[in-house]
Design a protein around this ligand. Structure first.
Ligand SMILES: [Zn+2]
Length: 97
């Protein structure tokens, strides 16, 4: 069984998500059951335009909410939300409606 994240994480993430009107029904399957996971890192990908390689070293942390029914993932930018995480990975909890 996966342990729950620390209360500090749960409280801060839940308060932020609720302040934005979350949880809402999933727009894919219309159920309303979500699991909030610890943040993930989104790393930029270098890409090519007209034969020129564009370097993209952008790196963001994001809070991850996963629809328990269909698996849709909703991400919230941790920096823009003002949430600061210390990711240890692998922990999650269900967001009560
Ligand atoms: Zn869904």
């Amino acid at each position: 069984m996966t342990p729950k994240p620390p209360d500090e994480f749960r409280n801060r993430a839940t308060a932020y998500l609720r302040s934005k009107g979350f949880p809402k029904p999933c727009f894919v399957c219309e159920t309303n059951s979500w699991t909030i996971e610890y943040p993930v890192v989104i790393e930029g990908l270098d890409f090519e335009v007209d034969g020129k390689t564009i370097s993209n070293n952008n790196r963001n942390e994001a809070l991850k909410a996963v629809c328990d029914s269909c698996g849709q993932i909703v991400l919230f930018d941790a920096m823009r939300s003002g949430l600061i995480f210390h990711s240890t990975g692998g922990l999650s909890y269900a967001l009560d409606n």
